[in-house]
Design a protein around this ligand. Structure first.
Ligand SMILES: Nc1nc2c(ncn2[C@@H]2O[C@H](COP(=O)(O)OP(=O)(O)OP(=O)(O)O)[C@@H](O)[C@H]2O)c(=O)[nH]1
Ligand SMILES: [Mg+2]
Length: 460
């Protein structure tokens, strides 16, 4: 090997039909030549070649020079890819553990577009599929004309980041009020055991739920009560940590059993739900008396109320939602309220279910949980059933900050019905990468221009 080359596997480390391995740097073409025993690489032409003696697939040089890029597309076996990478390393290439989006997406026209593509790859919500790609044109347009509403972008970004990294929503309440039944109904599949027996749920359960195209980490928790069952008490204690770090709390009660004791909660819930309304006995179920009013301020987090509570902007308490997890009544309103509390109600959202072996056309939308089960979501960090021993930490990804301020005017419409504008009428909504966030925080228009301007080295 003659000059530095880095190697990156750009596809996920799972079995698949095809994988993509990228070589970067001045030595990329040389390493490709050694790997394939083929020396003739016209730029932009893919060839079917042998790779490191282990596979046969397409390869090509996308760019030459000091910033050269070459790609190999072997079959997507984990060991096949490993063998090719190993051979490249023996030829002097160095594994790049954290490649820049600009290197991962040589076809991106600008650093802005590369960061958008990276954000799109990370995004857990199908809503991001529509909102992220249009940001590139909106930013290009805005920086060209110097028309950026800095405050608006900053404010939107806190909410929209939830489309990449989902918020954690924890369901809390006393035993047997229907938390697990509600969880199963909202997810459209049975993830939690339910029974007419207080103390059924022990270990907290976390699953990805998609509410009108917006992914949330939905956490079902054990009902809080005092008992002499040590294992149950340990499970409650473990769940307490998860609840403390959740972005949103949904308190559940039924017609008989009261709200969770405030002392068992880290803060006031964002949403209050009276379950089992099909039984028709849910009278006098107002949430417990208010804590001292907390000043409403904007802040990082979800755009929810600063006190984590269910108050309107004037500080009046919003009435609890009446639902039936059994019949599905009220679940659509609950879905909307969660989205409002996340600060995402005003964004146009379309639903793009992930590819699934279960089919699931029309899935991903909560309006019909009983008739259209959600497609099985992809596994998540922190997803699954969590044992009480050894004690679990709260999900690492969950921001520590409580939801902050309620949207001043929560739209009454479902997100899908938000008014659509043409691209020209819109301004950028979202600073979706660390770099663009930094430039926005510094109000750096010149920096943004450079960041958004098309690069001549982009691959056509
Ligand atoms: N009628 C009616 N029954 C419900 C409803 N939701 C739940 N149930 C029943 O209430 C019982 C308890 O439900 P669960 O979902 O297990 O309650 P939980 O709050 O998870 O209970 P723990 O795990 O013990 O904390 C079950 O028999 C459910 O079928 C509802 O909306 N209506
Ligand atoms: Mg339960």
């Amino acid at each position: 090997m003659t000059s530095p080359t880095s190697i990156t596997v750009t596809t996920a480390p799972n079995p698949g039909a095809v994988a993509v391995i990228q070589l970067h740097g001045q030595g990329a073409v040389g390493v490709l030549g050694e790997l394939t025993q083929c020396k003739d690489w016209p730029t932009g032409r893919m060839k079917l070649v042998h790779m490191a003696g282990v596979d046969r697939g397409l390869a090509g040089v996308l760019r030459t020079g000091s910033n050269a890029v070459a790609q190999l597309m072997p079959h997507g076996g984990v060991r096949v890819v490993g063998a090719i990478v190993e051979k490249a390393l023996s030829l002097g290439a160095a594994l790049d553990p954290s490649p820049l989006p600009r290197d991962l997406y040589p076809e991106a026209r600008s650093e802005l577009e590369a960061d958008m593509l990276w954000a799109l790859a990370q995004a857990q919500s199908s809503a991001a599929v529509d909102l992220l790609p249009i940001q590139v044109a909106l930013w290009e347009n805005a920086v060209m004309h110097g028309e950026i509403d800095w405050d608006r972008v900053t404010k939107n970004t806190t909410a929209l980041d939830r489309l990449i990294e989902p918020a954690t929503v924890a369901v809390v309440g006393k035993p047997n009020v229907g938390k697990s039944t509600l969880t199963n109904a909202l997810l459209g599949r049975d993830v939690s055991v339910t029974a007419d027996l207080p103390g059924t749920t022990r270990d907290w359960v976390c699953c990805l739920a998609e509410l009108h195209g917006i992914a949330v980490r939905w956490v079902d928790t054990p009902g809080v009560r005092v008992s002499d069952d040590m294992i149950e008490q340990q499970a409650i204690e473990v769940a307490r940590g998860v609840v403390a770090s959740a972005d949103m709390l949904i308190a559940v009660r039924d017609g008989e059993c009261d709200w969770p004791d405030a002392r068992s909660l880290p803060r006031e819930p964002n949403v209050w739900v009276v379950n089992k309304c099909d039984r028709g006995q849910a009278e006098n179920c107002a949430p417990p008396s208010a804590r001292p009013p907390v000043k409403m301020t904007d802040g990082p987090g979800t755009g929810g109320p600063a006190d984590g509570g269910t108050r309107s902007a004037r500080g009046t308490r919003i009435s609890p939602l009446r639902v039936s997890a059994l019949t599905g009544e009220g679940l659509e309103a609950l879905t909307r309220r969660v989205i409002e509390q996340l600060g995402l109600a005003s964004f146009p959202v379309a639903v793009h279910p992930p590819p699934s072996s279960e089919g699931g056309a029309g899935g991903g939308c909560l309006g019909r949980p009983h008739t259209h089960p959600l497609p099985q979501p992809l596994p998540l960090k922190g997803e699954g059933r969590h044992s009480v021993a050894p004690p679990q930490q709260a999900p690492q990804q969950a921001p520590q900050q409580a939801p902050q301020q309620a949207p001043q005017q929560a739209p009454q419409q479902a997100p899908q019905q938000a008014p659509q504008q043409t691209l020209q009428q819109q301004t950028p909504l979202w600073a979706f990468s660390p770099r663009i966030k930094q430039l926005v925080s510094q109000r750096d228009l010149a920096g943004l221009r450079t960041y958004a301007s098309p690069s001549t080295s982009a691959i056509e």
